[in-house]
Design a binder for this molecule. Structure first.
Ligand code: ZN
Length: 236
């Protein structure tokens, strides 16, 4: 049983009717539905949001978390530094972290990367081709073609200011000609980190099967394994 916690700032869905129409129960619950659909009873999934006490990321909640998924965009600055420190400590102690889309600019992601993590972007409903560049990787399992397409996407382009990934699994191409390292992994301490680019709030990306598949694979990959142990809180 993999214990998953899906964190969402949960701001767009409550402010913007266009987003609420696509994700009426919030992006976190759409992601949860996809994981349940593909992983069934092998996962135990909870969600947490910014407005909860300690953003829902209490020591108790993290004690019950093997893999944390993170979606944020408008409210990165509202995440308390003490909580970022706590989550970083958990990752270093072995908890998996999956950064989603605009989480490239989340405090926790920047902290774990140690670089600016910025990129170029354009919101113009462009077609995206997500190319599989590491077909043997566990996170690409079940993606049977050389690439899959997202009909409408926000463009993210290089230069993406990240440290050289340990593994590069997906590269995106956009109609405007840009390319982007869309699926990257790193090890931080005993923890595994995966960044996955797709997921802009105004497009139904988390309802797409390939996206659900990648996230389900990523949850399995990021689960602590071997000698990794994260059962006790360790602050940095
Ligand atoms: Zn976006």
């Amino acid at each position: 049983m993999i214990r998953v916690l899906i964190w969402n700032e949960f701001v767009h869905e409550r402010k913007t009717p266009e987003v609420a129409a696509i994700y009426p129960n919030g992006i976190h619950n759409a992601i949860k539905d996809g994981l349940v659909e593909l992983l069934g009873e092998t996962v135990e999934i909870r969600t947490a949001t910014l407005d909860q006490p300690e953003h829902g990321l209490t020591d108790d909640a993290l004690d019950q978390t093997d893999v944390l998924l993170w979606w944020g965009h408008l409210a990165h600055d509202q995440v308390a530094d003490a909580i970022v420190e706590r989550v970083q400590g958990r990752v270093l102690a072995g908890m998996g972290l999956i950064g989603l889309h605009s989480a490239h600019a989340a405090k926790i992601f920047q902290r774990l990367m140690g670089t600016g993590c910025m990129l170029r972007w354009r919101e113009a409903s462009e077609r995206e081709k997500v190319w599989v560049v590491d077909p043997s990787h566990a996170i690409a399992a079940g993606i049977d073609n050389e690439h899959f397409e997202i009909p409408q996407a926000e463009m993210y382009g290089e230069f993406f200011d990240i440290p050289q990934p340990d593994e590069l699994i997906f590269i995106s191409w956009f109609e405007g000609g840009e390319v982007f390292r869309s699926g990257c992994t790193w090890r931080r301490g005993k923890g595994k980190v995966f960044y996955f680019r797709p997921g802009h709030e105004t497009y139904p990306i988390y309802h797409q099967l390939e996206i659900k598949r990648v996230l389900a694979n990523a949850v399995q990959w990021a689960t602590p394994s071997g000698s990794e142990y994260f059962g006790e809180a360790r602050e940095c």
